[in-house]
Design a protein. Structure first.
Length: 386
């Protein structure tokens, strides 16, 4: 279970750094002009550090998820080893969600929106809030199973819950209770067409019984506004604060996890370009077991040499962030000699549509063994795209 503890600790560190950087940004805005430029320069350096840390954390989590799944492959599900590997995998996937706010702080390009299960996000965040706030503060959940999913930027709801939860903990130095509840909220509109259903919102309520009032951070208001929601803050008699957040519900389903890929029908020479050894080894093992011929290298220059030696390479899996040149630059260079090669980009940040060809595919880190094998099979089976 040591790996499980490490994964949880890494996720908590990521979440705390994201919150701390938000506070530093607000402090910089309050500084006088003489200090402002110096603080901004420090924040920019810190943002780059946050982005690098998010990238490294996601690489580590990718390796943890994959290796845990390899331990589970073909094993008796009732054994302690298999159950332990399953717990490690699940914890790593949950921890990956908490690196999203850190990527946002680091200036990573977010994808548009995700359809998410609000109760699932809160349940996961509560695990880390309990560890962060300590035994003196009770984190109580009152989740309504009838609430619908919401559409919101990746990691934004996680950041909101963690930010308000940590802020509430600071208002309860002597202990107390933080209650997180969800509910269905339907309300009409002056412009509603007669006979049409009422617009439905998913309501999030976070209440603490701290001695002082908790102010709403600007970052929380930004998240709510981006999602088209509404935020209300109320101070309670006798101390404490309640945050009520209404976010537009959606009838769209939460995206299900990819099904386990069937045994590959197609085998092909595959080039893996990944500078993180753990991720590179994982991909090599998984694809080799699936019957592919795998060439794995740590950087773009070695990859270009490999393409020259083995011109029959059909598919490349390319990390986007690498030290010699980024993945998009490498692919542009590689296609000068191998214009027909298929590409799967890999990154913890969202794809850059302006630099990625329409035929290219994308695999978000951290990914599971099933997601990796399924996308490789899908890419090889698909007809060429312009």
């Amino acid at each position: 279970m040591t790996a499980l503890v490490i994964v949880a600790a890494l996720a908590i560190i990521a979440a705390v750094i994201a919150v701390a950087w938000g506070r530093a940004a607000r402090a910089a805005r309050r500084a006088d002009k003489a200090q402002y430029d110096q603080r901004v320069e420090a924040l920019e350096a810190g943002s780059r550090l946050a982005a690098d840390l998010a990238h490294d954390l996601d690489d580590l989590l990718t390796a943890v998820v994959g290796q845990a799944e390899l331990l589970m492959t073909g094993a008796d599900p009732s054994t302690a080893l298999t159950q332990g590997a399953s717990e490690i995998r699940d914890a790593a996937l949950k921890a990956a969600r908490l690196t999203r706010p850190l990527r946002s702080v680091g200036g990573g390009r977010p994808s548009s929106t995700d359809v998410i299960d609000v109760n699932e996000v809160i349940t996961t965040a509560a695990v880390f809030l309990r560890r962060k706030l300590g035994s003196g503060i009770e984190v109580k959940l009152m989740l309504d199973s009838a609430v619908k999913p919401i559409r919101i930027g990746p990691g934004r709801l996680d950041a909101l819950v963690l930010t308000l939860g940590i802020r509430a903990g600071e208002a309860m130095p002597d202990g107390g209770q933080l209650t997180i509840a969800t509910a269905v909220d339907a309300r009409g509109s002056r412009h509603q067409i007669e006979g049409s259903p009422l617009p439905e919102y998913t309501r999030l309520i976070m209440t603490n019984n701290g001695a002082g009032a908790v102010t709403s951070p600007a970052s929380v208001a930004d998240i709510v506004n981006e999602a088209g929601g509404r935020l209300q803050v109320a101070s309670l008699d006798g101390g404490g604060t309640t945050f009520t957040i209404d976010l537009p519900a959606t009838a769209d389903p939460v995206a299900p996890p990819r099904a386990t890929a069937a045994a590959p029908r197609l085998r092909a020479p595959v080039l893996v370009v990944e500078d993180e050894p753990g991720v590179r080894e994982l991909i090599t093992v998984v694809l080799a077991r699936a019957g592919h011929e795998v060439v794995a290298v740590e950087g773009p220059h070695a990859a270009l040499a490999a393409l020259h030696r083995q011109p029959l390479i059909t598919l490349m899996l390319v990390d986007v962030i690498m030290p010699e040149m980024d993945g998009y630059q490498f692919v542009a260079e590689a296609r000068k000699s191998a214009p027909g090669v298929q590409v799967i980009f890999m990154s913890s940040f969202a794809p850059d549509a302006a630099r990625q060809a329409p035929r290219d595919r994308f695999l978000a880190k951290p990914f599971s063994v099933e997601q990796l094998t399924a996308l490789v099979e899908e890419t090889l089976a698909a007809p060429p795209r312009a």
